[in-house]
Design a protein around this ligand. Structure first.
Ligand code: BG6
Length: 479
């Protein structure tokens, strides 16, 4: 149903995500006049605020997290904010919420980020209060369950109140400009697609490395771990975008159709093809940092690092491994996709002593946004001692190529799409369930083989077994 919402209802309005991402994003959209003047934002949470005190709370968050060039917009943004105390387990609170929201002339968008246990009571409360009609759509923030079974329960509960075209499952990686640029790279250029297959690609590496540790998320993270926190969603979405067939158009259904085919083609992973780790004390940027168990205050079997050798069992990718790794307290913050091409079939330079290396396409997602194509070139000279070839990078640095446009955070894009109703950059139910199915199988094999995370010192690229996972295939991680 196409409508632009004139009400935005934010659950978890006092939470970390709202303070760091949602309020700054909404203020930026307001500043750029991308949201209509009549859009009212209603925050709800359990804390006892009223409209005025919530606006004061929001001001503090915006002063802290908004970039300086946006701060002039705070005063004019704050009057959009209203607040209603809400305990999702109290049905009557939803009636009061409906009164506070008042009549949405055009429609309402809901942003729901809540503990999995509160999804069902929240949907039930919204339904009872008449807040789930045709002119209401809902954005769902992770964690959408902890397994296929629990994710189905959440999906069923939401589906009882909202049709799929009004459900917007968020994976904030899809809101990142560089992730969207992957589609442009693959499908707005003629030169990659003919090579984008097992005949020409040897293997693919995807790394999502973070330097942060547990931060203040003990309650959530220790139950989740790197596999469920990062691989189930962000990593698999990146993999799907790299591996999918060309969609017929840049629209939600064709793109989601192609992604889900990839996710369903993921091969069951053998335990020997995964490595898990947990960081111990070490140093990041020469600063000492504590180990995970010290931050947590108790020993734990939760993995803070995972590496996986994955396979997409279809015609295009037969025999091409996808090496995936993600972890906390790694040496640098870096999200990167490296497509490693095969060797040339015959070197005309070999008899002249020159060695060739395979081409590689390095797609930097963050923090560096650049695309680099490693090509072989001849070293200048008269070649009396033979020919020397060397890989040289062909670089496209995004901030240089597009110096004008403002750098936006992922949630600006996703909130605007939610308000306006564009599902292209959201995740459909069948995708989420295919993702969970694959993750559950890995967790089941870990449980069966009693796999425990191996220790790695903070500031290293995970346990040494992760290096061995690639090296036994003759592959070196691109660090
Ligand atoms: C979140 C995870 O989904 O993504 C966090 O829960 C992680 O653990 C974060 O730190 C990383 O996001 P980004 O945008 O900083 O790469």
């Amino acid at each position: 149903m196409s409508f632009t919402a004139d009400r935005l209802l934010l659950f978890g309005a006092t939470g970390d995500l709202t303070q760091r991402m949602l309020l700054p994003s909404l203020c930026a959209l307001h500043d750029d006049k991308l949201i209509a003047p009549e859009l009212t934002i209603i925050g709800t949470a359990r804390s006892e605020y009223d409209d005025d005190t919530y606006q004061a709370f929001a001001r503090v968050a915006l002063e802290k997290y908004l970039p300086d060039f946006r701060k002039h917009a705070i005063d004019s943004f704050l009057p959009r904010l209203k607040y209603q105390v809400l305990d999702a387990t109290q049905a009557d609170h939803f009636t009061e919420l409906a009164d506070e929201i008042g009549e949405a002339k055009k429609g309402m968008a809901i942003f729901l980020s809540t503990a999995p246990s509160l999804f069902e009571p929240t949907i039930a409360g919204l339904t009872k209060a008449g807040l789930t009609g045709d002119k209401v759509r809902i954005g769902l923030e992770k964690p959408l369950g902890t397994s296929l079974e629990t994710s189905r329960e959440i999906n069923d509960a939401v589906a009882a109140a909202f049709s799929e075209d009004r459900i917007f499952r968020i994976d904030h990686y899809l809101g990142k400009e560089t992730v969207q640029n992957l589609l442009a790279l693959r499908f707005a250029n003629i030169m990659f697609e003919p090579l984008w297959n097992a005949a020409h690609i040897d293997h693919v590496q995807i790394t999502i490395a973070e330097t942060v540790g547990l931060e203040s998320r003990v309650g959530y993270y220790d139950g989740a771990g790197a596999l469920r926190d990062m691989v189930q969603n962000h990593m698999l979405q990146l993999l799907a975008l790299v591996a999918m067939e060309p969609p017929t158009s840049y629209d939600a259904t064709p793109i989601q159709d192609e992604k889900v085919k990839v996710l369903r083609a993921l091969r069951v992973v053998a335990p020997a093809e995964t490595v898990t780790g947990q960081y111990r004390k070490g140093a990041i940027d020469a600063q000492p940092v504590p180990g995970y168990d010290e931050e947590l205050g108790k020993p734990s079997d939760t993995e803070t690092f995972v590496a996986i050798k994955a396979h997409v069992d279809n015609w295009r990718w037969a025999g091409v491994p996808f090496y995936l790794r993600t972890g906390k307290r790694l040496p640098e913050r870096k999200t990167e996709i490296v497509v490693n091409f095969r060797c040339i079939p015959h070197s005309i330079f070999a008899a002249r002593g020159a060695k060739t290396q395979p081409n590689a396409l390095v797609i930097g997602i963050q923090p560096e946004e650049n695309i680099q194509l490693q090509l072989m070139a001849k070293e200048p000279g008269l070649d009396r001692d033979g020919i020397r070839l060397r890989p040289v990078p062909l670089n496209i640095t995004m901030p240089d190529a597009f110096a004008g446009p403002k750098k936006r955070i992922a949630y600006e894009r996703l909130l605007l799409d939610l308000i306006e109703g564009d599902q292209t950059l959201f995740v459909r139910r069948d995708e989420v369930e295919a993702q969970w199915g694959w993750i559950d199988q890995i967790r089941a094999s870990w449980a069966e083989h009693d796999v425990k995370p191996k220790a790695y010192s903070a500031g290293n690229w995970g346990p040494s077994a992760a290096i061995a996972l690639a090296e036994r295939d003759g592959v070196t991680w691109h660090d």
